[in-house]
Design a protein around this ligand. Sequence first.
Ligand code: DX5
Ligand code: ZN
Length: 225
Amino acid sequence: MAGQAAMRKIFLAPSLLGADPLNLSGSIDSLKNNFDWLHLDIMDGHFVKNLSFGPDFALALRKKYPEIFLDVHLMIDQLDIILPLFVKAGASLITIHAETEPHLLHASLSAIKNSGIKAGVALCPPTRVENLESVLELADLVLVMSVTPGFGGQKFIESSLKKVRELVSLREVHRYNYLIEIDGGINENNICSAVNAGCDVIVAGSAVFKNQDPAAWLAKVRGQI
Ligand code: DX5
Ligand code: ZN
C-alpha cells in the first residue's frame, strides 16, 4: 500500500553497519540527504557477538555532519561506562536494550532523557512487549529487532510485525508518545508491510548500501511507502 508516508511522517534510517568500512564518509555522502536519520550500531562483542563503532567515531561523525540526526543503537553491556560516552559524542537519540540490565531499565532511560536527548528501548526477537510495561510511558522510541542483533544482512523475522501492532494499540490506548522503529532484514519487498503494521522509523543497512545507488534506492522506497 502506498501513501502512508504522505499521511504520517515515516523516517528512513540507513544503518552505517551496511556501508563499506573503508569509505564511511563517502557512503554517507552517497545518500545525498535522501534520509531522515543515520542509524549507528554499537556492539561490544559481549551483548552481541560482533564489534562495531566506538564513541570517537560518533564524535567524528557529529563534527563532520553537525546537522545529522544520529540514531545510536547500543547493543552493549556495561551501560554505566559506555552510555555517557555516546551522550558526550553528540547522539541525538540513544536506544538501549530491554535485555541489558532489565532492573535498571527505567533508571537508564531516565538518565538518557535527563541528559537532554531522546531515549529509546529495544527488544530482541524473543523478548515480549509486556517486558516494557514499566517504561513505555518514558520512551521516545521503541525499537523492534526483526533479526537477531549483531549482524547485517539477515532474513527478516515476520512475527516482529505482531509486536509492532501490539505497540501501536498500546500507544493508542494509553496515549503514549513513542515512535516505533524496526531494524533488521528490511528490503523493498517488506518495507510496505512494516509501514502498514505501524512502523514510524525504518532502519535498513544492506538494502541501502549494497545498492549501486543508495540515494536512488531511498528515493524509490520513499515513493512506495
Ligand atoms: C543488527 C543491526 C542493524 C543492521 C541492519 O544488529 O542492529 O541495524 O545494520 O542491517 P540489515 O538492514 O542489513 O539487516
Ligand atoms: Zn541497529
